[in-house]
Write a protein that binds this ligand. Sequence first.
Ligand SMILES: *Cc1c(COP(=O)(O)O)cnc(C)c1O
Length: 379
Amino acid sequence: MVDLVGQYQEIKEQVKSSMDNVLNNAAFINGPEVHAFQKELEDYLSVKHVIPCANGTDALQICMMGLGLQPGDEVITADFTFAATVEVIALLQLTPVLVDVEPDTFNIDPKAIEKAITPKTKAIVPVHLFGQCANMDAIMELAQKHNLFVIEDNAQGIGATHTFEDGTKKKSGTIGHVASTSFFPSKNLGCYGDGGAIFTNDDDLAHTIRGMVNHGMYKRYHHDVIGVNSRLDSLQAAVLRAKLPKLDVYNAKRRAAARKYNEAFKGQANIVLPKTVNDCEGICDCCDCHVFHQYTLRILKEKRDKLVQHLNENGVPCGVYYPIPLHSQKAYLDERYNEADFKVTNQLVKEVISLPMHTELDDEQIDFITKLVIDFLND
Ligand SMILES: *Cc1c(COP(=O)(O)O)cnc(C)c1O
């Protein structure tokens, strides 16, 4: 699914020398590499504050802590996402309210959000799933109208740009009040272990969060709030500093692979291509609306599971993200949920398949994969 070894070969010298630097300085935690990376990422995103932390799950949790959400507050998020999103809501004893997604973009459906808003609702967590921003025009409008926080889960979307209806553009993760991201190795900007970060343009919130990631300390050994221990280590920051300047190139390579997949699959009766929100399908070189963390198709006529098996038998890795809706997971069952409200997610879990997508994918590999898929579906 990913080729991190191939990618490493290209940046080996840089990574090794910056890791060497860290080893020679022995500033393993909060060293100069972490500060430098933080500044470089702030510049890349055009955001005022980046607060590095230990992983993307912590990042989400700390966003919610920083906003002062309290037990019983309702937080609306997508039924079709990685469990980390709902996990931290529940862990903080907030009330997760899962809602359905859109069938074409796989992203949270603003109409479903609106329907789920109650007087207890405090925040919306849109997930920029598979590398494309959720409908942030509609979501920001709803948030404003109902006085809600927006926490963007940008673990899959780093580097993507959202173009608003009025033409203004913003990088994903810089649109809501605060955002989280993950540097898990397979993410679009991945380190060689765990890592994450929080982004915000709010000075006060940034200050609160900077203390929270470090045991609630704003002055050494003075603990003003309950915090956590969540830090990005300097070795990971060194890797990220080597990769950040290449992020746009990496994402362009992903888009090029997506374009090639799309061309091959166009017109196939049992395949629904991933939708990109703008007219150039997000796969022209001028546009970065989709960074294809995953290239995900819908396979119709109940052929998905057999296709997965066929690809595996032929040595082609593939993934089903995600096979079970969160509202059906044992940990997150809630009697208030009604199956009729999750029609799209219930359908998607049976149809989606993600094909290999990474920066080292070549034309020959894509030709091989697409031919396997098409021949199988037409058989
Ligand atoms: C990967 C991911 C996370 C969690 O990130 P970790 O760094 O693995 O904790 C959260 N949300 C989404 C949507 C993700 O894809």
